[in-house]
Design a protein around this ligand. Structure first.
Ligand SMILES: Nc1ncnc2c1ncn2[C@@H]1O[C@H](COP(=O)(O)OP(=O)(O)OP(=O)(O)O)[C@@H](O)[C@H]1O
Ligand SMILES: [Mg+2]
Length: 290
């Protein structure tokens, strides 16, 4: 079995003061090595809770009741200790969330944060080795002046720049699975489109599997090989992206699609074509004009 992730019959409920609320009703989902899979559905359908279960975060919540099978690279996740979950996150499994600035620690420089991430995999990495690696990583996400960015605090960088830092960090340890929950939706749409294109380049060259969570079907169509549609805690449709778009089987999928504004031409802009949007307060115009 070569799947990176296998989820079978996952159920989730929350125990509250007024009783028990069921949120996931037995969902099954798998992702092959290097595959980009989207989980789409309306707000409250259960996308983020699914991501948080895969990351082992919801298991720490006392009110959460979780059952079902979870396998990651053949390993049964239900038997991991807290410490083992902790070791897995940020190494073989990593994540990108909606708002890049909240994923970065405001009181440490980018260089410090890279060193911390890289040392999760290689404990003995020296400061200068970590810095050299971080610089290469920033270069791979088309950051024009890595040295300057490394010495900056997140608040000194634009949202788009922070998002590129977050992508580089999430892939720094060559995870086999990246979970991206509405990545960049807190950003301006053109910046979001560029960073998504960048993310796709990066995961393609690293052969990283991705669980891409979104309720934007236009973005999903550009990004994903395969789609799962979740509706009120149930997977109601699954298939290759183009097949689902060509022939949506479920009424809810059709409704979701009819809600997408039609864009003619265009698509995601080329990184090379959008130099203007790459202008950053931190990077002076003369540097950008090279
Ligand atoms: N800690 C919690 N306690 C109780 N209910 C919760 C908790 N976390 C999430 N829920 C409920 O679980 C359901 C699914 O939430 P989830 O965050 O997964 O939605 P989502 O699909 O990610 O939506 P969105 O698109 O708005 O991000 C919601 O009804 C939510 O209220
Ligand atoms: Mg969510």
């Amino acid at each position: 079995m070569s799947n990176v992730l296998d989820i079978r019959n996952l159920e989730l409920g929350f125990k509250g003061y007024v009783g028990f609320t069921k949120v996931l009703h037995g969902i099954s989902l798998s992702i092959a090595k290097g595959e980009r899979v989207a989980l789409v559905g309306e707000s409250g359908s259960g996308k983020s809770v699914t991501a948080r279960i895969i990351l082992g975060l919801l298991q720490e919540l006392r009110a959460a009741r979780i059952t079902g099978e979870l396998h990651f690279n053949g390993q049964d996740l239900n038997h991991l200790s807290r410490r083992q979950w902790h070791a897995l996150r940020g190494t073989d499994m990593s994540m990108i969330f909606q708002d890049p600035t909240s994923s970065l620690n405001p009181v440490f420089t980018v260089a410090n944060q890279f060193a911390e991430v890289l040392r999760r995999r290689e404990e003995k990495l020296t400061d200068s080795e970590a810095r050299a690696r971080a610089s290469e990583l920033l270069d791979s996400v088309h950051i024009p002046n890595p040295a300057r960015v490394l010495d900056s605090y997140p608040f000194q960088l634009s949202g788009g720049m922070n998002q590129r830092v977050v992508i580089a960090m999430a892939l720094a340890n060559h995870p086999s699975l990246l979970i991206a929950d509405e990545p960049g939706t807190a950003l301006d749409v053109t910046v979001q489109a560029q960073t998504l294109k960048l993310m796709r380049e990066m995961v393609e060259s690293n052969d990283t599997a991705v669980l891409f969570i979104s309720h934007n079907l236009g973005v999903v169509r550009e990004f994903a090989d395969r789609i799962y549609v979740i509706y009120r805690g149930n997977i109601v449709e699954e298939g290759p992206t183009e097949a689902v778009f060509a022939n949506p089987g479920h009424a809810y999928t059709r409704a979701l699609m009819s809600a997408v504004p039609r864009i003619t031409g265009g698509g995601i802009p080329d990184i090379a074509d959008t130099s203007d949007a790459f202008l950053d307060p931190l990077v002076s115009h003369s540097e950008n004009k090279s």
